[in-house]
Design a protein around this ligand. Structure first.
Ligand code: SF4
Length: 280
């Protein structure tokens, strides 16, 4: 049975939680970070899908500030529309629309600046516009790319894939706290699994990936090494075995995780767990 890449990182976080969610079907109540994260995903997906329209609309030499204004106008419109569309989800976790706007606008402004600068520099160097500019521009970005493999027994959706002249680079967008150094272990597993899935899909070696910590506005690099395949294969097997077990794993050792866990009450309610186990 194919499992999703997010299950691998969930397993790394807490095997018991994964069991409660996927075997006992206990749902985690919506959390502020998850609702905000999904809104940001929606916005970035829309941004990526509209990049061609912006680039092909540039048909003559423009100042950087003009290009930036084109990006800013569209991104602002997207942000407003997506916030309104997600109004009830945001209210369900007590998020006010104005505060979401204030927190999200700097992130998309940052993205607009990066993309406008890339286009401006590209035009300076190659002096091409419109369709020709789009066809030659690198990197191009695919968002929400579906990948799966019968060999790896994995499937998933990659947030963003950059297509450079010399290869593909997977990028995962993450909201919330960033570690002082490097990336969180679950994020490393995710990007490694996506690199393997991309490698199989395009039959090209993937050398690196990135985690984009949106709140910190920082891209953290992950070098892909040959040992990761073994690690991901072993982990996939462990998760498949876990999903076939008749009883849940022990509580996790890191009590900080339990303090922040949305399933804490269900997890420690042994009578409820026993009832659910008797029903499977
Ligand atoms: S409360 Fe702790 S042990 Fe239970 S599912 Fe959450 S993180 Fe895991």
């Amino acid at each position: 049975m194919k499992i999703s890449v997010s299950m691998l990182s969930g397993y790394e976080y807490c095997p018991r939680k994964l069991y409660l969610q996927y075997v006992l079907c206990i749902t985690e109540p919506p959390k502020e970070s998850l609702v905000l994260g999904s809104l940001r995903h929606e916005i970035y997906d829309f941004i990526n899908k509209n990049e061609e329209g912006i680039v092909t609309s540039i048909t003559k030499k423009l100042q950087l500030s003009n290009i930036l204004n084109i990006y800013k106008a569209l991104y602002l419109k997207i942000l407003r529309e997506k916030i309104i569309k997600n109004k009830s989800k945001l209210s369900s976790v007590n998020l006010e629309l104005a505060s979401v706007f204030k927190r999200t606008y700097p992130l998309i402004l940052n993205e607009a600046e990066a993309r406008a600068t890339n286009i401006f520099n590209f035009i300076q160097e190659y002096n091409i516009y419109g369709k020709e500019l789009w066809e030659n521009l690198t990197p191009k970005i695919i968002s929400e790319l579906r990948v799966e493999s019968n060999i790896l027994q994995l499937k998933g959706i990659i947030d963003k894939v950059e297509i450079h002249k010399d290869g593909y680079v997977p990028v995962e967008l993450k909201t919330g706290k960033m570690p002082k150094e490097g990336i969180w272990p679950g994020h490393r597993i995710q990007i490694a699994a996506y690199a393997l899935l991309l490698e199989e899909k395009y039959n090209k070696k993937i050398k690196e990936g990135f985690i984009h910590y949106l709140d910190a506005k920082e891209l953290r690099h992950v070098a892909i090494n040959p040992f990761m395949k073994e690690e991901i294969t072993a982990l996939t097997k462990e998760v498949q075995e876990l999903l076939n077990r008749q009883y849940p794993p022990n509580y996790c050792q890191n009590k900080n995780k339990c303090t922040n866990c949305g399933l804490r009450e269900d997890c420690y309610n042994e009578a409820q767990i026993d009832t659910l186990l008797s029903e499977i």
